[in-house]
Design a protein around this ligand. Structure first.
Ligand code: MOS
Length: 732
């Protein structure tokens, strides 16, 4: 099915199951420990061996030799595969740094060997005995120092945009702002590490892994191993978080596959936590210069946003200016992105790539502008709202209710009680409120599914879609139940298996809308098959209460399926609606903070998010996405930073002791409101993504609240005590 005209009324609009607050159907499996994650897969007929990776301890250069003699004779060791054994390999489509193979080192903790033993402990102990001789080369690791050499990348789409005459308008503006903001390298820090089990059967390989994108991984693994894609079977039914860190094939799967081949046994490899941050990808740091010019009444006349980020040679931009092209009106505009070559680990997507760090800067700048203008920051945002793409005014938004989010949030949060800057004390704590707009593009990807109906009236959905903790199982079941007119108890969902139709996968907040649309398309096919079998006209057949009706005939679905059963399979493809209309999601974040006047420690006191993201398929799973994202935003604002060692080229704090993410005690009160809306341009589901929107703008709302509390403006994340303490008022 191709979605190319706005959705009209369809069976989803009945909302008997879709849109209902249904608890996740995989919840019981997870809370009782019966959901089997990659590393836990257990087949009693398989004698698993354990692989432990050896990572490079230099960031750039060559491996001269690897001495494995001591490791080989260590207890329990079954085999060792080194980067020399494997040799240079074709890179996958999505990796800029090699995952394994060859003598070239492109980043710290790049995998150089995998030691396989009977037990995990034996493998780990033996891995410690491997010694590597390096020819170290000088690397470039400091983004700020490399900024001058940053270039306009040839490969990325649209690094620059310009509309009107930015320079002249900025010069002529009554009120101007020109500030530079920085965001650090960040780690996904998901709970489940990257982990894989590989088992060969002749030339056929099965891999249980933890992947957001089954088909991408399968293609890239085939390339790495130089085997045909159809010889590889990938399974990833449960995933303990990804945040973008599991979008692309990672070393664990590659090492497991080579190791299993070498020792002729199934091999398990999990990246140890201390190896994860440098071995895998991260969100790259940015330096962002923002210039805004406005008239005295607050109308923006000029807006400019430049961003610098770094990556491996041939890598990609962190697209931090994206939202600035779309969020606010203003006749004269410019954006530009430049990429420096750095020898740090590969930079890549992390939850809301582009917008998340972009809004960390832009939404402080907007707050600063409002302050300069003497305007309320909500009012300033509202008067600069736009219903069309400001760079291309002929292109409207499909649906945009940023203003509604700001107004409703203001009311619910009690914005009118916002203190004057630095003026509210609660004991030893300075209290402030902050607000920021949330914005994230709504992407759609082709997505396929197969839906089976059996003689018991059970509907089974099969798709290689993944559930990374987001609720995919549940919303897919809801979609199938609604389409086929059955209860949730009559639907089974099978995900994360490469034998199933290729789906959108989980990423870029495109998963929910794209994958349920694929299930919608497959259900349309199944409905047609049911109608055809019964001689009904599928256009007027009604699927309800476990039966299908047409005219005065009603047949139970079980009977319609018969002993052979019926199958519908299709892929949702997308027409031009995303080109003719800008499709985005919107929201507003409100935060109250308390900053300790003596220590500079910031505590979140309460948070509210108002989201406009089309139809909400399930308010429970969507809310969980948003409160999780808000929590991540608190980390981004206050604690998360991969600290670069500028001499050795590694992230120093490469574990969860040194890389600090918020815990429960850091998050006292969160509220989420969804605007009641649908977007018929987005899909037949009329839904959009929400999982990344919830993160976008949070950190800036916190930064703005800290300013409101203390009068201190911090433009460099994370906002740690040291950046505040020197500027706080003397303790009274
Ligand atoms: Mo997301 S960063 O595309 O998983």
């Amino acid at each position: 099915m191709k979605f190319q005209t706005p959705a009209t009324t369809n069976p989803i609009d009945r909302l008997t199951v879709v849109g209902k607050p249904i608890h996740r159907i995989d919840g019981e499996l997870k809370t009782t420990g019966r959901a089997v994650y990659a590393y836990e897969w257990h087949d009693p007929n398989m004698a698993y061996a354990y692989g432990y990776p050896v990572g490079s301890t230099i960031a750039k250069g060559r491996v001269r030799s690897i001495d494995t003699s001591a490791a080989k004779s260590a207890p329990g060791v079954l085999g060792i595969v080194t980067t020399f054994d494997v040799g240079p390999r074709k890179k996958g489509k999505y990796n800029t740094a090699p995952l394994f193979g060859g003598d070239r080192i492109q980043h710290y903790h790049q995998a150089l060997a995998v030691v396989v033993a009977e037990t995990f402990e034996q493998a780990r102990a033996a891995a410690g005995l491997v010694t590597v001789d390096y020819a170290e080369a000088k690397g470039v690791f400091d983004l700020d120092a490399a900024r001058g050499s940053a270039k306009k990348p040839a490969t990325s789409a649209k690094p620059d945009t310009a509309t009107g005459d930015f320079s002249a308008a900025f010069k002529a503006a009554a009120v101007t702002l020109d500030e530079t903001y920085t965001t650090p390298d960040q780690s996904h820090a998901m709970m489940e590490p990257h982990a894989s089990i590989a088992a060969w059967d002749g030339n056929d390989l099965t891999v249980w892994t933890s992947s957001q994108m089954i088909d991408w991984w399968r293609s890239d693994l085939a390339k790495m191993l130089a085997v045909k894609k159809d010889r590889i079977h990938l399974m990833s039914p449960f995933i303990g978080g990804g945040f973008g860190g599991k979008l692309f094939l990672r070393a664990d799967a590659v090492l497991a596959a080579f190791a299993a081949k070498a020792v002729k046994r199934p091999v398990k490899v999990a990246l140890p936590r201390p190896l994860m941050m440098n071995n895998t990808t991260h969100r790259p740091a940015t330096i962002q210069r923002i210039r805004i010019g406005a008239q005295k009444d607050g109308t923006i006349t000029a807006i400019g946003h430049e961003s610098w980020s770094g990556d491996q040679k041939g890598g990609q931009l962190e697209t931090a200016v994206n939202q600035t092209r779309l969020l606010y009106a203003g006749a004269n505009r410019m954006t530009a992105m430049r990429l420096a070559t750095l020898d740090l680990p590969e930079g890549n997507a992390m939850r809301a790539p582009g917008e998340a760090p972009g809004l960390m800067a832009l939404e402080i700048a907007i707050d600063e502008m409002a302050e300069k203008l003497g305007m309320d920051p909500i009012e300033f945002r509202i008067i600069n709202d736009t219903q069309v793409d400001p760079e291309n005014p002929k292109r409207p938004f499909s649906h945009r209710n940023l203003v509604g989010c700001l107004k409703l949030g203001s009311e619910r949060f009690g914005w009118k009680d916002r203190p004057k800057v630095g003026a509210r004390r609660d004991g030893s704590v300075l209290v402030g409120y902050g607000v920021a707009a949330a914005f994230r593009d709504n992407l759609v990807f082709p997505s396929g599914a197969r839906v089976k109906l059996d003689e018991n009236g059970l509907v089974t959905v099969e798709t290689d879609m993944t559930d990374i903790g987001t609720g995919s199982y549940t919303i897919i079941a809801q979609t199938a139940a609604e389409m086929m007119g059955v209860g949730m108890d009559k639907v089974a969902v099978q995900l994360g298996d490469s034998r199933f139709p290729v789906s959108a996968g989980s990423g870029g907040q495109f998963g929910a809308n794209s994958a349920t649309s694929g299930v919608y398309a497959a259900c349309v096919k199944l409905r047609e098959a049911v109608a055809a079998k019964l001689g009904f006209n599928s256009a007027d057949a009604v699927f309800e209460n476990g039966e299908v009706r047409s005219g005065n005939r009603a047949v139970p679905l079980a009977e319609a399926a018969g002993p052979q059963g019926l199958v519908g399979e299709d892929t949702m493809k997308w027409g031009d609606l995303a080109k003719t209309h800008q499709q985005s999601t919107f929201g507003a974040h409100f935060v109250e903070v308390g900053v300790d006047i003596a220590t500079g420690e910031t505590r979140i006191r309460r948070m509210l998010a108002v989201c406009a993201a089309g139809r909400i398929l399930n308010p429970i799973t969507a809310r969980s996405q948003v409160i999780g994202a808000m929590t991540m935003g608190v980390g981004g604002a206050l604690s998360e930073e991969l600290v670069v060692d500028p001499r050795r080229g590694l992230f120093v704090n490469h574990d969860l002791a040194g890389y600090e993410v918020p815990v429960h005690a850091d998050i006292p009160h969160q509220e989420v409101i969804f605007m009641d809306e649908t977007d018929p341009m987005s899909s037949p589901m009329k839904a959009k993504g929400v999982g990344e929107l919830g993160l976008c703008g949070v950190a800036a709302a916190i930064a703005n609240a800290i300013h409101n509390a203390t009068g201190v403006r911090v433009r460099h994340y994370p906002i740690t005590l040291d950046k505040l303490i020197g500027s706080l008022p003397d303790v009274a």
